[in-house]
Ligand binder design. Structure first.
Ligand code: CA
Ligand code: CA
Ligand code: CA
Ligand code: CA
Length: 355
């Protein structure tokens, strides 16, 4: 574990179908899959014992897609959901002003890159703490006898029960070493979960996961070892020539036949443009046109301070209208959609009322 307990926020909620789709969908990757990730499809109560496909404050999804909400997640921390649900501009503006005061540590009414970096690190830590909190509940659900240790078989029973299998029947069969009749899709998910399960078992491996290990099972971004595992999985999915490195064409490649109309074509073009930019300007740090596992690991590491500073500079650049490399309150209010996801239509009038 890095820094003892680096923690990250649980993003609860895909519907069962979507979750299975995303776990299985390693080769076919439609460019517009983010469309599927519409918030309306989320359901909070399901799959809490399954590793979330989306990790808050991590730059890339487990399926290799860029995390489009990254900047909002690291700017808002655990308040992100509140912002999404609350669409009342007046209240959002007030909240954003409060955040600005806090980011502006030296109270000079201007946010520097350093101040933003510190803020990003703080908010990332907040997601971590959220993950730990939710992990407690998830762990309790898979450890009904409460001895603090979970076997793969115990977890497997809970997983299958969440897929609609009869929990007692499955448990009985596993106990008696009988064959489980599960469909191919479920079997594939099980195998990938099993792989991940044993990766999360810290040495000396005892085939049991305690709460902390279970946390890195659900949240690989917490531990150096699991971060490596996650990167390996992503590279495996994108690497076409098997050299365990990614070229730009490998990184931006799209499956054939996903483009059905002009709208989808536009989404594809945006997707490629964004990915190319990210590859060239951020991930490939030594600029040799190749992304190694090490480079990808640094990129994915939510606690990387250098990444946080870069992100801070990028965020400032987006809204820095007066070009002073700092953010003033008016700039942040004007670009509120970028920082919070919600538009403040009447920002100009309100700002003037305020001052
Ligand atoms: Ca300041
Ligand atoms: Ca390659
Ligand atoms: Ca490189
Ligand atoms: Ca400025």
């Amino acid at each position: 574990m890095r820094g003892g307990k680096a923690q990250c926020g649980v993003w609860t909620g895909f519907c069962t179908l979507l979750c299975v789709l995303l776990i299985l969908d390693v080769h076919g990757r439609p460019a517009n899959i983010s469309v599927l990730k519409d918030k309306t499809l989320n359901s909070k109560e399901e799959n809490e014992i399954l590793p979330p496909d989306h990790l808050n404050g991590v730059k890339m999804e487990m399926d290799g897609h860029l995390n489009r909400d990254f900047n909002k997640e690291v700017f808002l921390g655990k308040e992100i959901e509140e912002f999404e649900e609350d669409s009342e501009p007046r209240r959002n503006r007030k909240k954003l002003m409060d955040i600005f005061q806090k980011v502006d540590l030296n109270h000079d009414n201007s946010v520097s890159a350093k101040e933003m970096q510190r803020w990003i690190m703080e908010k990332t830590e907040e997601h971590f703490q959220e993950a730990v909190r939710e992990n407690k509940l998830s762990f309790r659900a898979v450890d009904p006898d409460g001895d603090g240790l979970v076997t793969w078989d115990e977890y497997r029973v809970k997983f299958l029960a969440s897929k609609g299998f009869n929990e007692r029947e499955v448990a009985e069969k596993i106990k008696n070493n009988e064959e489980l009749k599960v469909d191919e899709e479920t079997q594939e998910v099980l195998e990938s979960l099993k792989d991940r399960w044993f990766q999360a078992d810290n040495p000396p491996a005892d085939q049991l996961l305690n709460e902390e290990e279970f946390l890195s099972f659900l949240h690989p971004e917490h531990s150096r070892g699991m971060l490596k595992y996650m990167v390996k999985e992503i590279v495996r999915d994108l690497d076409q020539d098997g050299d365990k490195k990614l070229t730009l064409p490998e990184f931006i490649s799209l499956p054939m036949g996903t483009v059905e109309n002009q709208q989808a074509q536009d989404i594809d073009d945006d997707w490629v443009r964004e990915r190319r930019k990210e590859f060239q300007t951020v991930i490939d740090t030594n600029q040799d046109g190749i992304v190694t596992m090490e480079e990808l690991e640094e990129y994915m590491d939510p606690m990387n301070e250098y990444n946080a500073l870069n992100e801070a500079k990028q965020m400032i650049a987006v809204a820095d209208e007066n070009q002073n490399h700092n953010l003033e309150l008016e700039e942040i209010l004007k670009y509120s959609e970028y920082f919070t996801g919600s538009k403040l239509m009447d920002y100009a009038r309100n700002v003037h009322e305020e001052f």
